[in-house]
Design a protein around this ligand. Structure first.
Ligand code: DON
Length: 309
């Protein structure tokens, strides 16, 4: 049996001298206020034990990590028809890129680039008022994390709406191709609120546990998705979860992962554990600099990479 606590303490010690590396996302004004000198890590094993180190109990904006939960809901609702409106290929471009959309007739490359996630939110909104779709996502995240105290930070959602020119451009563009079925302001209202979910590393690692355990949450005993669906979501996280940094993340860490511009990363070690790391400073492609380094250390020390070693 590996001593997870010892390993993450060691990782935390290695990250402390590097605190403040990278650049905090400042295109969302509310995120620009965050103290960059923070680092947290939480590991929840499939046996149901959670280990934490550093700032693992400080809530942060999960941003694009929410795309994993919204995709899970959309697949539950629309099944494989989701893939008529969004692709499953890595984009090789930035998370907010617009270039491929025109060439590919308004069908985003994958559900994790912003354009793809906006379509996924539109799918979840079918038959709902925007407020209900947001409520559905929040309740789902509370359910998978088994924690009703998780909230959405409305100040972050509002701040992003005020400066979300790029997302408005993407959404209007897709609407012109008929790939959004609801008014752009409504869809983005849902999307900005999902991105504004505030969670701690500890809560996030528990929320991802069903993906590490063939779709079943071992803490509650609830089957969230089928084993096949969990495998497929993990595959998308591995290939597309870090945008144009996905290849590099697979090379260094070798785990399905999803990053967010709040500095969080959710990584899944299938059959072993769900891991959440957080440090606000981002690398050049918008993924947490220390978070990526910490996960590389963890994968090396535990041998949990899906590719072995
Ligand atoms: O739409 C945006 O730009 C943000 N709400 C989310 C982007 C994000 O987290 C990209 N991740 N690294």
């Amino acid at each position: 049996m590996q001593d997870i606590q010892l390993i993450i303490n060691r990782i935390h010690d290695a990250m402390v001298p590097r605190l403040g590396e990278g650049k905090v996302a400042d295109y969302i004004p509310e995120l620009a206020k965050i103290d960059p000198k923070q680092f947290g890590i939480a590991v929840t094993t499939v046996e149901g034990e959670t280990f934490v180190a550093g700032d693992a109990l400080v809530p942060f904006s999960i941003q694009s990590i929410s795309k994993v939960f919204m995709l899970t809901l959309a697949l539950g609702k629309a099944g494989e028809t989701v893939w008529n409106r969004v692709g499953r290929e890595p984009s090789g471009s930035a998370f907010n890129s617009i270039v491929q959309l025109e060439r590919e007739s308004g069908i985003p490359r994958n559900p994790f680039v912003n354009a793809g996630a906006i379509v996924v939110s539109d799918i979840v909104m079918a038959g709902h008022q925007p407020r209900e779709a947001i409520g559905e996502l929040l309740r789902f995240v509370q359910y998978v994390a088994d924690d009703d105290s998780i909230i959405i930070d409305n100040a972050v959602a509002k701040s992003e709406n005020a400066t979300g020119y790029r997302n408005y451009a993407l959404a209007n563009f897709m609407r012109s191709f008929g790939n959004l079925h609801h008014p752009v302001e409504h869809v983005l209202g849902v999307y900005f609120h999902q991105c504004a979910l505030a969670m701690t590393c500890s809560q996030l690692s528990r929320a991802g546990l069903f993906l590490a355990n063939q779709g079943r949450n071992p803490l509650s005993g609830h089957t969230v998705v089928s084993a096949r669906r969990a495998k497929r979501i993990n595959a998308l996280m591995l290939t597309c979860g870090h945008y144009d940094g996905s290849g590099d993340f697979a090379y260094h860490v070798g785990l399905p992962g999803k990053s967010g511009v709040g500095g969080g990363i959710l990584a899944i070690a299938p059959g072993k554990a769900s891991i959440a790391v957080w440090s606000p400073g981002l690398n050049k492609v918008g993924n947490s600099a220390l978070g990526s380094a910490a996960l590389e250390m963890l994968a090396n020390e535990t041998g949990w990479s899906v590719f072995g070693a």
